[in-house]
Design a protein. Structure first.
Length: 214
């Protein structure tokens, strides 16, 4: 069974603008609200759903303030050496122009969801203030509860594309999200991994091209 995603067009559904994604499968995956919108794609059943992009926050799109002007490798070293500003989450700043990149995706109709490394609402509120301060587009900030894993959070959200960094400073793949998602759900999510603290500026602004990278 194929699970390739194809960006077809932008269209109006009621009062909402949505991106039409074709998923070649025999299973209904998603819908808009409580309704499903189906059509034929090369004579195969296809489902339309809002394109959802989940982007990780810490290390992927925002970083500690002392990382400004440093190279990605220098920023990784700051984390490994426990540089004080690493823990001052309320002072975090965008990595490069991540805020502008994410906004471009949203302006084309994509739903944006953020994934935080925090586990408590007080710390997540610091993330919200940073996102607001630097004009990131609106979107839910999801986080792990109790013994929940990043993978579990992603499985609940089921994004079309998951963008995260390689977690070099904290252990690599074992700390990442996508590698630990269940196989049956993993095949429905496209993964884009960037080098920690290198940002997402290099990723395509156009959603069609972004899907080709994923």
């Amino acid at each position: 069974m194929s699970s390739h995603l194809f960006l077809i067009q932008s269209k109006e559904v009621g009062s909402e603008k949505m991106l039409v994604i074709a998923l070649e499968t025999d299973i209904i995956i998603s819908g808009l609200g409580s309704n499903f919108y189906g059509f034929l794609w090369n004579s195969k059943p296809c489902i339309l759903h809002l394109m959802k992009i989940m982007v990780f926050l810490h290390g992927t799109t925002i970083m500690h303030k002392s990382g400004i002007g440093k190279t990605p490798n220098e920023r990784v070293k700051q984390v490994e050496e426990n540089e004080p500003s690493v823990h001052k989450y309320e002072e975090y700043v965008p990595v490069g122009k991540a805020n502008e990149k994410v906004r471009k995706w949203q302006e084309q109709g994509a739903e944006i969801v953020y994934l935080s490394s925090h586990r408590d609402i007080a710390s997540v509120k610091k993330d919200l203030r940073v996102l607001s301060k630097y004009n990131f587009p609106n979107g839910q900030v999801l986080y792990r509860h109790l013994f929940e894993s990043y993978a579990k959070v992603a499985e609940k959200a089921m994004p079309t594309v998951l963008i995260e960094d390689d977690c070099e400073s904290i252990g690599g793949e074992v700390q990442m999200t996508y590698p630990h998602i269940k196989p049956d759900k993993k095949r429905l999510i496209k993964s884009i991994v960037v080098k920690e603290f290198s940002g997402i500026d290099h990723l395509p602004s156009n959603l069609t091209d972004l899907l080709k990278v994923a």
